[in-house]
Design a protein. Structure first.
Length: 145
């Protein structure tokens, strides 16, 4: 189940990232200046995993759509040259955002684009002591913007 990075964006690109919700985009606008200055590239809506088997009789075009719709999606992937950062943007982040990041890591490790290390990062709008504590235990960066 391939990892599909998709389009590569310059860190200076100012457009609306593909398939990003308005809530996530608000967080991204506040967080982006902190991280893109050292990034080589930014990827949005990165595909991980997905169901390869399609229903019988599916056309090739529909099979591509089926695969894309069954993939899990990373909000933002930062390429720093020496490693990757998987970013989950989440308003009022809860434990489900942590689970999503752990799931992304597992899928990434099944089919990484290269052998560089990855960092997991949860970016949210609100401080939560319990969420911060759990992210520290799981070696996930926790950023409040």
């Amino acid at each position: 189940m391939p990892t599909i990075l998709g389009a590569k964006y310059l860190p200076t690109w100012e457009g609306l990232p593909p398939h990003m919700s308005p809530e996530d985009y608000d967080i991204w606008k506040r967080y982006k200046p902190q991280v893109v200055k050292d990034a080589l590239a930014v990827y949005y809506d990165v595909g991980l995993g997905g169901q390869i088997t399609v229903p019988p009789g599916t056309t090739p075009e529909m099979a591509r759509m089926w695969f894309r719709n069954t993939q899990k999606r990373i909000d933002v992937l930062l390429d720093y040259g020496i490693g990757w950062v998987i970013v989950e943007l989440r308003v009022d982040a809860s434990s489900s955002a942590i689970g999503r990041l752990l799931f992304y890591r597992d899928l990434w490790q099944q089919d990484p684009p290269d052998k560089r290390p990855i960092i997991l990062r949860l970016v949210t709008n609100r401080e939560d002591r319990e969420i911060r504590g759990l992210t520290q235990k799981l070696d996930i960066d926790y950023i409040v913007v």
